[in-house]
Design a protein around this ligand. Structure first.
Ligand code: SAH
Length: 214
């Protein structure tokens, strides 16, 4: 019990930190407060789980920095019951946040081990509505399209056409684009095949890689 309270206190501090960095969406802040991030991390880093930093997970990947998770989630502006596709399940933390925002979440990972671990964990903590796929995210999930929102959590060299195709009209894609560092972009699909592009500062993600691994 004591342990739980300690973690709650740490989460409160984390919420204060991301708030001070400019996150204002109350639903995002609530989700960050509600979700124990240490569940999603390796034992060795558990004590640091509520620092505002990215940490290594299996397969040379990372669990994103909480501020980055909050920033992307705020940009995506998920409303209740919206269909949301995430590319890059990783630890499953971002997928869980999207689910707590009320989205119907589909998430894709190209590493089998990460996919299986996240699936087990999300079921264990009772977030059963999240659908996880071991697939190449470049292609999206055409069989479940269109999506109201699509979130890419890896650094893309370009914006995959398949993901744009799988957006509903009025739907939005949030994606970090670039090599060394990435520009956070939000693309809104308009009627008549038009897209509206917005840019939101620089971030650093692990690469969006073509094809499956195992
Ligand atoms: N959203 C994750 C962050 C993971 S880092 C979290 O909350 O923990 C980015 C993830 O994208 C990595 O796990 C990486 O394996 C995955 N990835 C990279 N290219 C991909 C692709 N083509 N398809 C699916 N996942 C991919």
């Amino acid at each position: 019990m004591k342990d739980l309270f300690w973690h709650k206190g740490m989460r409160k501090k984390l919420v204060t930190t991301v708030k001070s960095k400019g996150i204002t969406d109350i639903n995002v802040l609530h989700a960050l407060y509600a979700l124990p991030r240490h569940y999603f991390m390796e034992k060795a880093f558990e004590e640091k789980a509520y620092e505002d930093k990215a940490f290594p997970i299996e397969n040379g990947q990372t669990i994103s920095q909480p501020y980055t998770v909050a920033f992307q989630t705020q940009l995506l502006n998920v409303k209740k019951r919206e269909k949301v596709l995430e590319i890059g399940t990783g630890s499953g933390y971002q997928a869980a946040i999207l689910s707590l925002m009320g989205g119907r979440v589909y998430t894709i990972e190209r590493h089998r081990m990460l996919h299986l671990n996240a699936k087990k964990l999300l079921h264990a903590i009772g977030l059963k509505g999240i659908r996880l796929f071991y697939k190449d995210g470049y292609k999206g999930l055409p069989e479940f399209a269109p999506f109201d929102k699509i979130l890419v959590t890896a650094a893309a060299k370009e914006i995959p056409q398949d993901l744009l195709d799988q957006l509903a009209i009025g739907g939005q894609l949030v994606i970090p684009v670039g090599d060394e560092s990435q520009t956070m972009m939000r693309i809104t699909k308009k009627a008549g095949g038009k897209f509206h592009k917005e840019q939101f500062g620089k971030f650093k993600f692990v690469p969006f890689v073509n094809g499956l691994d195992n």
